[in-house]
Design a protein around this ligand. Structure first.
Ligand code: NDP
Length: 443
């Protein structure tokens, strides 16, 4: 039956390779559930689970600083609202297309379920590239994007947030336009807002910090400790930098990170203030970090950050960035754990190689759920018109990440797959979403 459902997904969504990959990964975890809980796995439920509830594609025209008109494409895929309003980020990157948004929205459905918060799954974005654009151009783009998107979202309907290429600046422009068009200060319509106007403390840090909490829990099961370990992260954006910060605070040495141009090795440990200045404030290339850091750091153009030996690898850049060859290099260098900060950064072949080598592996839908969980905490604060302290918010985040780790670990054991966090996350997420869909009838 699972093969039939997958074949149907392939036929209905031709050429959408990332979406196929994400669906296959979940279906591959389900045979044990079909066996033990056939009532939950009827074909109709699985068919509906693999079909988005709604997909919106729209034109986004905007004018650059020279007066030239550009036309981008906007997307919002509202995948599943059985547990709550659609929730998931917006990605602005030239590689964004329907396939990418659909795979991300599918993953998001299970991730959001794992947080234990009442949120459904969605994702959106555009093929707009903010890199090299002025603030005024980014603002005009965001205003045009929101002019259409506002019809589809709302605090009880669909609540977007940031993702690659969408940070505090973009969320500000998007929120401003939403407020202007609707004439409502509806704080709960977007998350990742500034703390002064409805945002939550610890939201920028949440995905990276949560990833490290999950990794530490996973290591603890094997009586290992991050303290004293060598860590490599890929990417140097929001998730990567905050993962590096939390890992360093836990006593690890973060020796390398990357961007789309190359990677930097800094054996003494990355200077995180400098990294934040270069990548988050100046929006410059990583090579500028090495130039400013001096003799301590070495920049390597192109290449692969996974060639740097480490105990823990945290892929935090983009999908399918860690392939089988890279996994074998990591294994050869003695890696103990790989935990996904990005969404689906590890190819299926690489995951298999890591599992066969008995390397601990944490899938993104569990390990990077701290971001969306804190977004849900932001919605909670908005609903009660309060602002929690950083400490209270971080404590809740830590609690949630430990809960997600426990759920995945316990579910994997219950279904006879001890230590398999991929199976644990997929099955636990599926049970939560599937049970709710079943209770709500065929819709
Ligand atoms: P950012 O835009 O802040 O950072 C992305 C980073 O990845 C940049 O350093 C970018 O380099 C680098 N990068 C992008 N493509 C490549 C590539 N092909 N090779 C090497 N480096 C690359 O995004 P985020 O940190 O927010 O998101 C990163 C990942 O984490 C995404 O998969 C996202 O979906 C996922 N995620 C994000 C969450 C969040 O809260 N932000 C929540 C959960 C998951 P450059 O600077 O050169 O562009």
């Amino acid at each position: 039956m699972l093969e039939e459902i997958y074949a149907h997904v392939l036929r209905r969504n031709p050429g959408e390779r990332e979406f196929h990959q994400a669906v296959r990964e979940v279906l591959e975890s389900l045979p044990v559930v079909v066996e033990r809980r056939p009532e939950l796995c009827d074909g109709s439920l699985l068919d509906r689970l693999c079909e988005p509830e709604r997909q919106v594609i729209f034109r986004v025209p905007w004018t650059d600083d020279e007066g030239r008109v550009h036309v981008n494409r906007g997307f919002r895929v509202e995948f599943n609202s059985a547990l709550g309003p659609y929730k998931g980020g917006l990605r602005f990157h030239p590689t964004v297309n329907l396939d990418i948004v659909k795979f991300l929205a599918f993953e998001q459905t299970f991730k959001n379920a794992l947080t234990g918060m009442p949120i459904g799954g969605g994702k959106g974005g555009s093929d707009f590239d903010p890199k090299g654009r002025s603030d005024a151009e980014v603002m005009r783009f965001c205003q045009s994007f929101m002019t259409e998107l506002q019809r589809h979202i709302g605090e009880h309907t669909d609540v977007p947030a940031g993702d690659t290429g969408v940070g505090a600046r973009e969320i500000g422009y998007l929120f401003g336009q939403y407020r202007r068009i609707t004439n409502r200060f509806e704080a709960g319509v977007l998350t990742g807002k500034g703390v002064g106007w409805g945002g939550s403390h610890a939201r920028p840090e949440a995905t990276g910090y949560g990833l490290v909490v999950f990794t530490a829990e996973m290591l603890r099961v094997r009586d290992l400790d991050l303290d004293g370990m060598r860590v490599v992260v890929s990417g140097s954006g929001n998730v990567a930098i905050h993962a590096a910060e939390k890992a360093a605070a836990s006593g690890a040495t973060v020796v390398a990170c990357s961007d789309s141009g190359g990677y930097v090795v800094d054996e003494g440990g990355l200077d995180l203030d400098l990294l934040k200045q270069v990548k988050l404030t100046d929006r410059a290339r990583l090579s500028a970090y090495a130039e400013q850091r001096g003799a301590d750091a070495e920049y390597r153009e192109g290449g692969r950050v996974w060639d740097v030996a480490c105990d823990v690898a945290l892929p935090c850049a983009t999908q399918n960035e860690l392939d089988e060859d890279a996994a074998r290099t990591l294994i050869g260098n003695g890696v103990r754990a790989v935990a996904e900060g990005a969404n689906m950064p590890t190819t299926p072949e690489a995951v298999r190689a890591l599992r066969e080598a008995d390397v601990l592996f944490a899938p993104g839908k569990a390990a990077n759920a701290g971001g969306v969980a804190t977004s849900a905490l932001e919605m909670q604060q908005n609903a009660s018109r309060t602002l929690w302290t950083f400490e209270k918010t971080e404590d809740r985040l830590t609690e949630i990440m430990k809960h997600i780790h426990h759920t995945c670990h316990e579910t994997a054991e219950r279904y006879g797959r001890p230590g398999d966090y991929v199976a644990g996350a997929n099955i636990a997420g599926f049970e939560l979403v599937g049970e709710s869909m079943q209770a709500q009838g065929i819709i």
